[in-house]
Design a protein around this ligand. Sequence first.
Ligand code: DAH
Length: 328
Amino acid sequence: MEKLQALKKTFNSDIKNTDDSSEMLDNLYIKYLGKKGAINNIISEFVKLYPNQKKEWGPRINTFKKEVETALKNLQQKTLSSENVINSIDITLPGIKPHIGHTHPITQMKHYAENIFLTMGFKVVDSLEVDDDFNHFETLNFPKGHPARDMWDTFWTEDHLLPIAHTSTMQHRILKTHTPPFRVIIPGKCFRYEATDTVHEHTFYQIEGMYVSKDTSLAELIGVLETFIYTYYRYKIPYKIQPTFFPFVEPGLELLVEHKLKSGEKKWLELIPAGMIHPNVLKMAGLDPNTYKGFAWAIGLDRLVMLKYGISDIRAFHKGDLRFLQQF
Ligand code: DAH
């Protein structure tokens, strides 16, 4: 009887002095309800009692045991809600799929377009993001002071380099390092000093293409471009071709595709400027224009993707608005 009374007292004071930590709770479990704990200790004495004593003390010990169990359970609830959140996570619940993001729609479509050209026998070469006057203008038949430079003049660094305004800046290097016949595409990021609107952006992507051989022709250029746009859009998207001027091609042309506006009105959008490589460009790279011919183009990748998905404003690509990006 004395032992049980003493135990009740110490238990009450232990419970009062607990700091609600799970460590303290564990210790109390071990001290009172553990195998070698105080209650089992009393029970081992209880078995030595006479039967009539057992009748009296059995229920009392049991009641105390239940009190201890209830008190510790209550304490456990308190500890779980007050201690760090980890303790209250139910690890048996099903998991939540994490949102891990994905590549940008322009990147996705760049890979898609690259694959189409790979099947047509082209190889992919990376572009630069900064280049010099020589590659960007001079070797593309823009002499110093030529007025056509104004269409591409962009930002200049103090050491006279420029963030490229077109991927054609790679043409001279390709011509110098490849022996015809060759087929190359050069995807790259371009920058322009541009007043932006729904179809013009200051930062955009191009996929330059070049094909040089002894016997290629304008018809072959048009054939390649038509095959590309039909494969890319997977239907016979209406297009037209009209002549235009670029110093590095002769003749120069642009391929326009039909663009449906939100209002339902149809408009032609310039998608692929192209042309037969100018003899001067071939000459500067050491190729005889009487022997070799070539064609080149630059697809406006952003516009290509806009038309694929019916995006009405080109500026959506670089805004970083997740509501837009998460759709792809
Ligand atoms: N570099 C021109 C631009 O960005 C586009 C272009 C026109 C590229 C004709 C070509 C070409 O390769 O042959 O505006």
